[in-house]
Design a protein around this ligand. Structure first.
Ligand code: 8YV
Length: 331
């Protein structure tokens, strides 16, 4: 293939250099290795001349972004969650949309569990305690005292692949697992996770630890706010590895500051990468910068799957993780 016949694609965020080289052998690549997030106008401009685009959660793909994208056939998200996509607008434009499920399930479930442990056992707070020179204040009752995970009740809201992965890890800790999900799991899947279905209110009342792994949709906006937090135990922890906006961050900060719940572990935030200053004031919080899928092996696997989706779409094959199959074969 000479350069002129290669389809033109956009790589909207920096990717691994060796992967970029591979892409350049297949496509005429316009990449953003500088990794400055494109403004909506820049994204619209960049999409106007390409057949495919590799994007991430930082790129909002909606009617405005697509308004000049006359040749675009596929937008491939390097992410399993796709709340950055207006799928209806993408489908209306006849464009295929893809995501990266499965390849990040175990890494993300590991991280969910790590954040849960770190939150319940106050690991980052303890580190600050040591760095502030307070170790000499050690006493039986004056250490940062945490909450046990083993033999406690874990409530998982959002029981997809990652939620189920967390449930399976919890079994090793002898935890009782309860879950809430849009659709109840099959008996077989419930058994494999050792998980019991509860409605959301029951779960919030019963759980010692609540982990959020549900997709962000308009219905799930502030699914955890003042009223939901009020149902939780004062000794409970809340972990969010799903999306910012599912939790009302102002309400959470207020609850953490007034001791309505014990602690929170957050990988995602409303308006990230900015973190609500009231949350930053809380000592009983573990903060991570949206790193649940961040191991090199998994990020490479996500990029590889996104590329495979893009390559398939541009060579007349059905992409392996097509979100909007109704568009398939129509563009
Ligand atoms: C990504 C994620 O790192 O896959 C997801 O849904 O949240 C993360 O794995 C992030 O969305 C980058 O696009």
């Amino acid at each position: 293939m000479n350069t002129l016949s290669k389809p033109k694609i956009l790589v909207a965020r920096a990717i691994f250099p060796d992967t970029l080289e591979l892409l350049e052998s297949l496509f005429d690549v316009h990449s953003n290795q500088a990794d400055r997030i494109l403004s909506p106008a820049e994204l619209q401009e960049a999409l106007s001349s390409v057949s495919g685009a590799l994007v991430a959660g930082s790129e909002r793909i909606d009617q405005q972004a697509l308004s000049r994208a006359k040749n675009l056939k596929v937008v491939a998200n390097i992410s399993v969650g796709y709340n950055n996509f207006d799928v209806a607008a993408i489908s209306a434009a006849g464009v295929m949309a893809t995501n990266t499920p499965d390849v990040l399930t175990d890494t993300t479930a590991d991280f969910g569990f790590a954040l849960l442990m770190s939150t319940a056992r106050r690991i980052t707070e303890s580190e600050h305690w040591v760095r502030e020179g307070k170790w000499d204040k050690w006493s039986i009752v004056n250490n940062p005292l945490g909450m046990d995970l083993h033999h406690s009740t874990l409530g998982i809201i959002g029981m997809g692949r990652i939620g189920q992965g967390i449930a399976k890890r919890a079994l090793g800790f002898g935890m009782k697992v309860v879950y809430h999900n849009r659709n109840r799991l099959s008996k077989e899947d419930e058994l494999a996770c050792g998980a019991t279905y509860l409605n959301k209110e029951e779960l919030l009342r019963e759980a010692d630890h609540v982990v959020l792994v549900l997709p962000y949709t308009p219905e799930n906006h502030h699914a955890i706010g003042v009223n939901e937090i009020a149902l939780m135990k004062p000794t409970a922890t809340l972990v969010n590895i799903a999306r910012g906006g599912i939790v009302d961050d102002n309400a959470l900060a207020q609850a953490l500051q007034s001791g309505k719940i014990f602690a929170a572990g957050l990988d995602v935030f409303e308006g990230e990468p900015v973190v609500n200053p009231e949350l930053l004031k809380c000592r009983n919080i573990v903060i991570a910068p949206h790193i649940a899928s961040a191991t090199e092996k998994t990020r490479r696997a996500m990029v590889a799957l996104a590329i495979e989706n893009l390559r398939a779409a541009l060579t007349g094959q059905k992409p392996p993780s097509l979100i909007n199959p109704e568009v398939w074969g129509k563009n």
